[in-house]
Design a protein around this ligand. Structure first.
Ligand code: MG
Length: 379
């Protein structure tokens, strides 16, 4: 029996993780955490009977403790750390958004718990620190993101001696065929219509600017210890090939499947083994063509900028991430226009002096400063 803790169990990946574990008979839920959606968390507690939970606020923690007096209930960032300090679990699924879970993940790595990682910020902002620790403690970090899972499934090991280039596929988002002029007028409703994947709002906007793909390049760099020059982005609108690996002998291996997160979530939980899946069949793309294009870096300047921030290292990925996230929420709240997202991000990057080899505290401080800058900025 494997005991699982899910950080962010009420979000899109968290809910799908529970659907996956429902289908696996040797997994049980040890801990669940959420931000504010305690209504759903209460339902999940009744169904899965976890031993520990954590919520964002002390008030919500009290409410849950009143309903479930025998349950260990924690709250806030420290609550997440308290959960990972409990030694009675095997796998930590990190499906929170933002940086709240980063310190807890570092603790879980020290405690040698397998990390199934869906959260982007962990590697984007603190990839050097996280991977150095994972190597030191020999803790596996298994990606849940479909592209990184695809790469892992192609090389089936973190020892990538024979791999030459990693090719990360991108659907291209909803604006692939639109001009920059047309993009000016796009609203959050247009940008939320993702052609292939059904995901949270923030990541869907990141797909429409292709920032998401840049962030995935940074994650791949850390996860697989690959140089940026050997990580390529390729537009593949059908989203059936989830990424591929080019080997030194000229051979390419690709991983394909229906665009469903259940598959990479399950692979992360059962790695390196496989188990009967819940979304199988009806995949073979009869009479469909698979297209591959080079990305248009001029039309999507944030893709280029994100990769450049990755190459610069230091605090630049954290600056980019914080500026982008704040700008995306402004766009979702209809405070700014679509192309203002990139304007705000470029503006913060230009103003920043990089700090190389930052501490985790410096990374957090950078995140805080950039978010504050964007609160007051006038366009
Ligand atoms: Mg992805």
């Amino acid at each position: 029996m494997k005991n699982v803790v899910i950080f962010g169990s009420t979000g899109s990946i968290g809910k799908q993780t529970l659907e996956v574990t429902d289908n696996l008979n040797d997994f049980s839920i040890f801990g669940l955490t959420c931000g504010k959606n305690i209504k759903l968390l209460i339902k999940q507690i009744k169904e899965y009977n976890p031993k520990v939970v954590c919520v964002e606020s002390q008030e919500d923690a009290k409410e849950i403790k009143n309903i479930f007096p025998d349950l260990n209930v924690y709250f806030g960032e420290d609550g997440l750390i308290q959960i990972v300090e409990e030694n009675l679990y095997d796998i930590l699924v990190v499906a929170t958004s933002g940086i709240i879970s980063v310190k807890a993940v570092l603790k879980a790595i020290e405690n040698k718990k397998t990390i199934a990682l869906a959260n982007k910020e962990t590697l984007v902002m603190a990839g050097d620190i996280v991977m150095e620790k994972a190597r030191k403690y020999n803790t596996p970090i298994i990606p849940i993101d479909s592209e990184h899972s695809a790469i892992l499934q192609c090389i089936n090991t973190f020892d990538n001696n024979f791999a030459k280039n990693l090719w990360i596929t991108a659907s291209g988002g909803p604006f692939l065929k639109n001009s920059r002029d047309e993009m000016k007028e796009f609203t959050s409703l247009d940008a939320l219509k993702h052609p292939r994947w059904n995901m949270g709002k923030k990541i869907t906007i990141d797909c429409s600017t292709l920032v998401n793909k840049g962030l995935e390049v940074i994650e791949a760099h850390h996860l697989y210890n690959f140089n940026y020059d050997n990580i390529k982005v390729v537009i593949h609108p059908q989203s059936l090939v989830h990424s591929f690996v080019e080997f030194i002998d000229g051979s390419f291996l690709a991983q394909m499947g229906v665009p469903s997160m259940h598959i990479p979530i399950q692979y992360a939980l059962t790695y390196p083994k496989r188990h009967e899946g819940i979304k199988t069949g009806s995949f073979i793309p009869y009479n469909k063509s698979l297209e591959f294009f080079e990305p248009d870096f001029e039309k999507f300047p944030l893709l280029k900028l994100t990769i450049e921030c990755g190459k610069s290292g230091g605090i630049m990925p954290a600056v980019l991430n914080a500026a982008n996230e704040t700008a995306v929420y402004k766009f979702l709240n209809n405070e700014i226009k679509f192309l203002d997202i990139e304007k705000l991000v470029f503006n913060q990057i230009e103003k920043t002096n990089n700090i190389l080899n930052p501490s985790i505290e410096e990374i957090f401080e950078t995140d805080r400063i950039i978010r504050k800058n964007l609160e007051t900025i006038k366009l």
